[in-house]
Write a protein that binds this ligand. Sequence first.
Ligand SMILES: Nc1nc2c(ncn2[C@@H]2O[C@H](COP(=O)(O)OP(=O)(O)OP(=O)(O)O)[C@@H](O)[C@H]2O)c(=O)[nH]1
Ligand SMILES: *[C@@H]1O[C@H](CO)[C@@H](O)[C@H](O)[C@H]1NC(C)=O
Ligand SMILES: *[C@@H]1O[C@H](CO)[C@@H](O)[C@H](O)[C@H]1NC(C)=O
Ligand SMILES: *[C@@H]1O[C@H](CO)[C@@H](O)[C@H](O)[C@H]1NC(C)=O
Length: 480
Amino acid sequence: MGTVGSPAPPKNQTFSARRYNPFHAFTRRRIVWAVPILFTAFACLALVALWDSEHPGRTRWFGTGGSNQVQLAVDPLDPSKSVNGLPTRSFRDNLRPEVQYITSFGSGGWSNDVISIMNLIYLGLITERVPIIPVFLPSHTMLSTLNTEHTPLPFGDVFDLPHLRQAIGKPVLQWSDVKASNSTVLDDLGCWNVWESIQYYDKAPRGSFAPWKLKLDISYTKTPDWIKMIPNFEHDRYSSFWNLAKLAFPSTRSASLVPPLPSPKHNVSLPPDEHLLCYDFLYYVAAQQSEEIGLDYSRTVLPGDLSANTCDGPPEWNAWQRVHSADARREVDEPVPPFVSVHVRHNDFREWCEQGITADECFAPLPVIARRVKEVQDEIRERKGIDVTRVIVTSDEKNRTWWGDVEDLGWFAPDHSRTQELYEDWYTILIDAIIQSKGAGFVGTARSTVSVLSNKRVESWQDGSIRTVKWGEPGADDHP
Ligand SMILES: Nc1nc2c(ncn2[C@@H]2O[C@H](COP(=O)(O)OP(=O)(O)OP(=O)(O)O)[C@@H](O)[C@H]2O)c(=O)[nH]1
Ligand SMILES: *[C@@H]1O[C@H](CO)[C@@H](O)[C@H](O)[C@H]1NC(C)=O
Ligand SMILES: *[C@@H]1O[C@H](CO)[C@@H](O)[C@H](O)[C@H]1NC(C)=O
Ligand SMILES: *[C@@H]1O[C@H](CO)[C@@H](O)[C@H](O)[C@H]1NC(C)=O
């Protein structure tokens, strides 16, 4: 799918291109040095799932921390307050009659799904509905291997949901709060089909593994053509938050009803559900213009990056603990020296290169990236008086010659040689995203949503300096 705003390639290409396993054999000194960064990054971005495995009704500790904690009554934002009780076999049994809900499903890669979930939460805010967040599913590997044994990654394992709820002052649910994961009940649900109205090559709702995983049999109603921000324009796919929000309210909803597509299993035709409002796909949504997530004003549109300011979370993060106990040999307590993080996105981005040029001519060469790194270093020195000499490179690149060239520059890279073996598919990109976000400065790749998110995190969490490397033809990043 997408770099921000680029026309998406056909689905099969997108998904097949998503393999990565960068093995970087570095000197021992470098590996050992990189490890504390990794752990500190985990502990910090950590987004603490401490309360996520909570039992309904469990009380929480509030206060300034330390010994001054005060035990309050049950938190009104606690997930258990927005459902009837423990997860049920059929999701409907757990919905409270006085609460309205909203959900959607992921189907991109990691960062695209993060952005879709940000959009879902924002739509929840403006429609006054409680968002029910889907798990992350590695759709790309699922498609290419046709293997159903894929561990889903719950949003709350990565992002700090208690913090988010407090920051926006609203409840936020995950599907695991609502429906039992071992349920054998296939629930019928009516949803809006956004995808078929925003693009014209795929004449169907957006595919996703989430409904299958959640045992939902969905009957889709096509959204009206006017949801598109630029009506009838095939080269743009964005709809707007308020166009989609209108469909959440009775008058526009009833005026927009058309015969639904029967659900695939039960063959039932259902209008869009009013209790649990549901959209197939919320990646291409903006407030004012396409691709605005990369622009400065978008932080006032969304409630910040969902995970902002969570660096003070406790270290009990599940994933962190798993990494930590799996490799207790390694010392993790050393403070991490400041570094510039670099994200280099290659592989399927080849599809957007100028015609007739090689990958080497299309992607920015290392000296061009190094120039941007130097700009970031200079700016940090000027703004903060700090000399940030260390550089850590993260990338989806697999070419070892290229990684050797990175090492020759004296730059570091995370050692992912055992990441997948020790943890799960998700952790390579998770660890890399965390490293990116921890940079005192950041150099990213133009058109990459991974880079867009890290830009925002480094700016807002680290007060860091950022640069983006352009690519696509020789000299693409030339600048004064
Ligand atoms: N390990 C690792 N994987 C990466 C990195 N950058 C990209 N990837 C992989 O490439 C995928 C990119 O998929 P998405 O997150 O959907 O992003 P995209 O829109 O296709 O491409 P971006 O615009 O770069 O995000 C990620 O899910 C990762 O699997 C990186 O720095 N490290
Ligand atoms: C699902 O899990 C719950 C709680 O762990 C258990 O009580 C229930 O029997 C399980 N149901 C099925 C269908 O396995
Ligand atoms: C689905 O239902 C419709 C209308 O009830 C019926 O005409 C059609 O034959 C059904 N399709 C299948 C595959 O059962
Ligand atoms: C690997 O990287 C090197 C250095 O960037 C490059 O010259 C070479 O063409 C690459 N090999 C492949 C197979 O892409």
